[in-house]
Write a protein that binds this ligand. Structure first.
Ligand SMILES: O=C(CO)[C@H](O)[C@H](O)COP(=O)(O)O
Ligand SMILES: [Co+2]
Length: 216
């Protein structure tokens, strides 16, 4: 059985206690942490910038999975790289030249991903798959934690799995939005490699046990 990458998202954590939460994630056995960056323009919410990422970097060696929900990733991605990002994912729905952006990110020495919103189909990013380390399928509308998983996105995960396998692309499928114990199994069965989970973990009475529950 392949190893599924479980990625706690700090979006639903207490932002005054992030250091503590990073330690909790390390203790859980998870190796990645998901950091949602929102600019109040691409999505109707604002979160953190590179300054916060840089501070978090000093506290942990967890793999930093940065999800840029911003209109101009071509302007800002390098700041996140310098702050300690290991993987930068930007959205397919932006207007910048995507292949160049993927190449720029990868040639800086880190990994690059592209995310697709629920209304964007796999065909929109298919030509980029040979260059990508990861595709992030959104299973909620980006912008907020705590939303319900959109079951009709499962077919999209299956389509992407098929295209990647048929062409032997070296590209992970990450799923983000509404992941809990039930929806995690659905995504794994559909072919996901990595699952982001925020509110299920951080709204739980015992977040450490909630992360660990994904590994059993
Ligand atoms: O990108 C995101 C929202 O835009 C978050 O990563 C995602 O929603 C995780 O939170 P939850 O597990 O609560 O849905
Ligand atoms: Co996210």
């Amino acid at each position: 059985m392949k190893k599924i990458i479980i990625i706690p998202s700090i979006l639903s954590a207490d932002f005054a206690a992030l250091k503590h939460d990073l330690k909790m994630i390390e203790k859980s056995g998870a190796e990645w942490v998901h950091i949602d960056v929102m600019d109040g323009h691409f999505v109707p919410n604002i979160t953190v910038g590179p300054v916060v990422v840089k501070s978090l970097r000093k506290e942990t060696e967890l793999f930093f999975d940065i999800h840029l929900m911003i209109t101009n990733p071509e302007k800002y991605w390098r700041k996140f790289k310098e702050a300690g990002a290991d993987l930068i994912t930007f959205h397919s729905e932006i207007s910048a030249e995507k292949k160049k952006l993927v190449e720029d990110i990868r040639s800086s020495g880190i990994k690059a991903g592209i995310s697709i919103k629920p209304k964007t189909s796999v065909s929109e990013i298919e030509a980029l798959l040979p260059y990508l380390n990861l595709v992030l399928i959104m299973t909620v509308e980006p912008g907020f934690g705590g939303q319900s998983f959109m079951d009709n996105m499962v077919a999209k995960i299956k389509v992407l799995r098929k295209v990647i396998d048929e062409n032997n692309y070296d590209c992970l499928i990450e799923v983000d939005g509404g992941i809990n114990s039930r929806t995690a199994s659905i995504c794994i069965d559909a072919g996901a490699d990595a699952l982001v989970s925020g509110s299920y973990i951080f709204a739980a009475e015992n977040p450490l046990e909630a992360v660990k529950s994904f590994f059993v």
